[in-house]
Every structure is written in C-alpha cells, then in structure tokens.
Design a binder for this molecule. Structure first.
Ligand SMILES: Nc1ncnc2c1ncn2[C@@H]1O[C@H](COP(=O)(O)OP(=O)(O)O)[C@@H](O)[C@H]1O
Ligand SMILES: [Mg+2]
Length: 394
C-alpha cells in the first residue's frame, strides 16, 4: 500500500499515532500535578527500561500535558560526559523559553521577579556572557543560585521557580531523558533539589527517564533516592495494548489487519514498541490492499528484520571495537541475559578485572548496562539474537 500514507513510526522518540498501553503512567503524572496544585505531597518520577520501549515518547507526552496546563517545564537530554555541555548550562538553556513566556503571563508577580533574578544568577554562573538570559529583564540576585555548588544552586532555583509558578496556578517540572548519563554529583544535586522541594511542599518535580541501571545510580548518588522517587518500569506492551499499537494506526487509514496476521507480527515484535512500529511499517508497504494478510505480515517481518539488522542493531554493533564485539558475543551466549561478568570473563579465558575497561567502554557507548553488581545485560531487546545471526553470516 502507499508508503506515503504509512501510519507507522519506527525511530527514536517519534510519537506514534497510537500511544498504546501507557494510560497508568500518564495518569500517575496527572495525579502528581493535581496533588501539587492542591498543596498535597507528591513524588517525582523515574521511568526506566530498555531502549525502544517508549520512554522518550512517554516523557514527551507528560511534558506536553504539563505545558498545556501552563506549567513551567524544562526538557533536557543528558549525554555522556566529554561530549556535552555542562548540566547547569543545559538546565539554564532549557528553562529560558519557559521563563520568558511566564514573564509575559504574569508581569506583576513579585515571586516571578524573584525567581527570574535567581535564574539569572544561576545562568550567569554557567555562562558569564549572559547568553542564557536573553530576554529576561531583571538584575541577577547575587548569592542565590550562584554559589557555584550545583546542589545548593539547583535547590535555590527549584524553590524560587516553584514559588513563582504558584502565582501562575502551576508548578515546575524538569524532564531529563537519558538520565543515566548524568554524573553522580549531578544526580545527587537533582536528588537534593527534589528532596528539599518536597519537604517544603514546593511544586517542583523531576521526571527522569533512563536505562534500567538508573534507579541503582540514583541510590548510589543519594541513599534516600529510593524513597524520593516513584520508579516506573517501562517495558514491552501487554498483549491488548500491543495489538492496539499495531492495528489502530492502520484502522485510522481505513485499513484492517486479519487477526492471524496481527498475531504473526505481534509475536515477531515481542510486544516491544519499536519493533511493532518497524513490522507495522514494512508490512504496510508489503501489503497490496486491506485487509492485511498473514502473507503480507510474513513478508513485512522479513523486510523489517532486514532493516533492523542493517540499522537499529548494526549501528550499535559497529560502534563496538573488535575486542568489544568479542565481549558482546560472549554475553550473547546467555540470550537476552543478563550475564554474569565472571561467566563472560571465563568464556573469554580472561580475568574479570582485565575486562573492566572493555565493559566500561561498552557501557559508555550505551550498548550494555549493569543491572546489578556482577551482572551485565544488553540495553536493547533482541541484540543477542542479532549477534547470533551476525556470527552466522560471517
Ligand atoms: N506506547 C506506545 N505505543 C506504540 N508505539 C510506541 C509506544 N511508545 C513508543 N512507541 C514507538 O516505539 C519507538 C521507540 O520509542 P522511544 O520513546 O524512542 O523509546 P525509548 O526512549 O524507550 O528508547 C518509537 O518508534 C515510538 O513511535
Ligand atoms: Mg529514548
């Protein structure tokens, strides 16, 4: 069928036509905003899960909802240290727009002026040339948000912003994607700001998203992190939601899936949103007319797997050096895993400690993560199967 009308959306962070099966997660954040406005206590949220399960899309949906209600929001994507701008600068940059809008909405609010002054001091510490405070007509509040200590400054900023947001009948949320890439001291600063804000019932929240090692990193950064956040595991879609994700986008274009055809595509996808989008897309292109048949689905899966192998998986595989690939191949023996680092080492005939640097590089490249001490797992579903196919091909 016409590729122009193809309603599927494989790709990082691309909003699907049908955002299926995440009602409870979205509702959890709705509840937080309502509780906050009513002066009740509420916890910040951490979303965690493998790549391709839909964390970014969910985070963006939550941010859109907060924006629509007039909340002050900042959206940040953390990157590996070394290739990124400092966290303070990222926060300042992403808040700038929200604050300029707020200034227009509530020009007389004294608390907003105070928050802008703190924001200016905070931002000038990140970027003394004033490039991050363009359009904000206040004098910086010296001594607030500009001590140079990130935990103290971020806390000042969070509290002053939340006070200002109260005058707008709203709150503040900072959305941090790929949060596992923040350094421990940055995670600790985020925890401290959330902690102090929640003790004062300030309307300041963080919604973080990251790989499954994120909860562990937060605990490492601050021992109280476990009680500070609501941790939400984002995983494959349950069967009914997976079916909706696959069939509803087509239905909106007047195209149906034969039930058995959907069964075949869903089984191949394992319920993972990324794979549902991929197989949906290639099956649509393989089909000639509605309804989509089992034969179309089989063809679509073949084409989809080819695309995944040449893109999604291969891009990751090629990021690894030869010795790193050997490490990945030794992990793949366990299927999706996780694997014991000791086992992997003995398969390679090496000492665990000698493999430490290889492991660290693979983690830094985002290919694997350590779910707990002594374990190592693939960050994308299906990687072990891909490696098996790849080794067969070579
Ligand atoms: N709830 C959902 N229903 C249908 N498709 C989804 C859903 N969540 C994500 N997707 C699709 O899955 C893919 C991966 O989403 P993304 O948010 O980038 O995942 P992650 O951030 O966890 O790696 C995208 O193609 C997106 O359109
Ligand atoms: Mg993502």
């Amino acid at each position: 069928m016409q590729a122009r009308l193809n309603p599927y959306s494989p790709g990082a962070g691309v909003r699907p036509v049908e955002l299926a099966g995440r009602e409870a997660e979205i509702e959890a954040f709705d509840v937080i905003r309502h509780r906050a406005l009513a002066g009740r206590s509420a916890q910040s949220i951490v979303l965690y899960g493998l790549r391709g399960v839909g964390k970014t899309v969910l985070l963006n949906e939550m941010a859109d909802r907060a924006d629509a209600e007039g909340w002050l929001t900042a959206r940040i994507e953390a990157h590996l240290s070394g290739e990124r701008m400092p966290f303070r600068r990222q926060i300042a940059q992403s808040l700038n727009t929200a604050l300029r809008h707020a200034q227009g909405r509530s020009p007389k609010s004294g608390r907003l002026r105070a928050a802008l002054a703190t924001f200016k001091a905070f931002s000038l510490t990140a970027s003394p040339d004033g490039g991050l405070t363009v359009g904000l007509e206040v004098e910086p509040q010296r001594g607030r948000g500009d001590t140079g200590s990130l935990p103290a400054d971020l806390t000042d900023l969070a509290i002053d912003l939340a006070d200002a947001a109260a005058d707008l009948d709203a709150g503040v949320t900072v959305f941090i994607d790929e949060m596992q890439h923040l350094a421990l001291d940055e995670l600790a600063a985020v925890c401290q700001a959330c902690h102090e804000a929640s003790q004062r019932r300030s309307r300041f929240f963080v919604v973080g998203a990251g790989l499954p090692n994120l909860p562990g990193l937060l605990s490492e950064a601050k021992s109280y992190a476990e009680r500070l956040f609501t941790y939400v595991r984002v995983d494959r879609l349950e069967p009914r939601a997976a079916r909706a994700a696959l069939t509803l986008p087509a239905l909106e274009e007047g195209v149906e899936w034969v039930e058995a055809a959907a069964d075949v595509a869903l089984a191949a996808s394992g319920g993972y949103p990324y794979f549902i989008q991929q197989y949906g897309q290639t099956t649509w292109n393989a089909a000639v007319s509605s309804p989509i048949t089992v034969h179309d689905a089989q063809e679509g899966i073949r084409a989809g797997r080819d695309l995944l192998d040449h893109g999604f998986f291969r891009a990751r595989w090629e990021r690894a050096t030869r010795s790193e690939r050997e490490y990945l191949a030794a992990m793949a023996v366990d299927g999706h895993g996780p694997s014991s680092t000791g086992e992997v080492a003995s398969r390679l005939g090496r000492q665990i400690t000698a493999l430490g640097p290889t492991r660290a590089k693979l983690i830094a490249k985002g290919l694997v993560f350590s779910p707990e001490h002594g374990q190592i797992g693939f960050s994308v579903p299906g990687m072990a199967d891909f490696i098996a196919r790849e080794l067969e091909r070579s």
